[in-house]
Design a protein around this ligand. Structure first.
Ligand code: DSN
Length: 429
């Protein structure tokens, strides 16, 4: 397969990665496998084109096809998520969040986001990030680790005291649904713009299986496109309001958020958009509008629930004792008396890919935290069902119970390889 390429070094690594993906099972909740069509669009000649600006307003010639493809992505995303406007140029979720902050805030303004160890993301103000240097972050968090319910009363009190200009709903390791109506009432009370970072749950929202924050007064949603949405690596910013000329300055009023955001992305934070990625986003958005995508999301959520129950049946302590979405946070330190980093490495050894993760108020440091994060987006794309969740829970339990038994680990690794190899990758078909 690699012999036709001159750069053997790189293409051998690509082949090796494909083999790793084929023979193992990806359980990282932010990962997925794209379709052959998304992959083809990413590897298309659109990568050759510069298109600074927006459709109809570019700084380069030759935009007949780029304008069409970007407009298509925008229209498809608007329809899928009930947005008034969508910026499809953001290169990543981090940049999308950054662009929204800069569109609406001045340095020193306050943003309220989820406590990082309770599930919030790095771009929600982790010390050391650019946004944490520029803006003042205040926090809301969960009431207790057993229910995972957000302490909305405490959130309201902090919001009244600190007057955030943005209240941010969103997470990268929170296994429950948020009560967006409560966000709305607090946002209205303190006059904050409501923003949702729905990177993890964009797929089920598009499928109508999880609530859409736009139905609860949210003005902005950011999402990556490569997680449950199953598109190329990249991001989008969806907003409510009116779109003016994005190349001209406009007043900072909430109805102008679409224009303010477009200006913040380009020329604020980025130069030329990646048109091959935008082409692939268009394909993914088309796929997400098809009936089989809804079934995929139903299966993904059912698999996550089943996996969480099977893990708990085997004695695993899960943060919030289960999941309402596609992700599971297991407290390995409490369950097995070693940390999540060690668990990640043991599971890697048997071909199950997970990632170490902090648990709420983790006493251990982020590089050797107490937990691991697991999820079902990728294995569900592969075609695994609830019956396989029993097998996977058992493998995880057996491996973590006997982490130094090399023979036992070899045996499990062979079982993983055999099962995984019987489920082709989407681009095999
Ligand atoms: N790094 C992503 C995740 O794994 O959740 C979030 O950006």
């Amino acid at each position: 397969m690699t012999t036709k390429f001159k750069d053997q070094t790189v293409f051998k690594l690509i082949a090796a990665e494909e083999k790793r993906q084929r023979e193992g099972l990806e359980l990282i909740p932010s990962e997925n496998y794209v379709s052959a069509e998304v992959l083809a669009a990413m590897g298309s000649v659109f990568t050759n084109k510069y298109s600074e600006g927006y459709p109809g307003m570019r700084y380069y010639g030759g935009q007949i096809n780029t304008d069409a493809i970007e407009s298509l992505a925008i229209e498809r995303a608007k329809k899928l998520f009930k947005a008034d406007h969508v910026n499809v140029q953001s290169h990543s979720g981090a940049q999308a969040n950054e662009a929204v902050y800069h569109a609406w805030l001045e340095p020193g303004d306050t943003i309220m986001g989820m406590e990082l160890s309770h599930g919030g993301h790095l771009t929600h103000g982790r010390p050391g990030t650019i946004s944490a240097k520029l803006f003042n972050f205040v926090r809301y968090g969960i009431k207790d680790i057993e229910s995972g319910e957000i302490d909305y009363e405490a959130m309201r009190e902090i919001a009244i005291k600190t007057k955030p200009k943005i209240i941010l709903a969103g997470f990268s390791s929170y296994p429950r649904e948020l009560d967006y109506a409560k966000f709305q009432s607090i946002g209205d009370e303190v006059g904050a713009v409501l923003m949702a970072d729905m990177a993890h749950i964009a797929g089920p929202i598009a499928a109508g299986l999880l609530k859409n924050p736009f139905d609860y007064g949210f003005r902005v949603m950011t999402t990556t496109t490569h997680k449950t949405l199953r598109g190329p690596r990249g991001a989008m910013i969806l907003s409510k309001g009116n779109l003016g000329n994005p190349l001209k300055a406009v007043d900072k009023i909430v109805d102008n958020l679409p224009t303010l955001i477009d200006r913040s992305v380009f020329p604020g934070l980025q130069g030329g958009p990646h048109m091959h990625i935008i082409a692939a986003k268009s394909v993914a958005l088309y796929e997400a509008a098809q009936p089989d995508f809804k079934q995929y999301c139903i299966n993904m959520l059912a698999n996550a629930k089943k996996l969480s129950v099977e893990l708990m049946n085997r004695g695993f302590k899960l943060v919030t004792n289960g999941t309402d979405n596609h992700l599971i946070l297991a407290d390995i330190q409490t369950s097995f008396n070693f940390d999540g980093d060690m668990a990640e490495k043991i599971l890697d050894r048997i071909g199950l890919t997970v990632n170490k993760n902090v648990v709420p108020d983790d006493p251990l440091p982020p590089f050797k935290p107490s937990g691991i994060r697991l999820g079902t987006p990728a294995i569900t794309t592969r075609g695994l069902g609830e019956e396989h969740m029993v097998i996977i829970a058992d493998w995880i339990y057996r491996a973590l119970k006997s982490p130094h038994d090399e023979l036992a680990l070899d045996k499990i690794a062979a079982e993983v390889r055999k099962l995984a190899s019987s489920f082709p990758l989407p681009n095999d078909n």
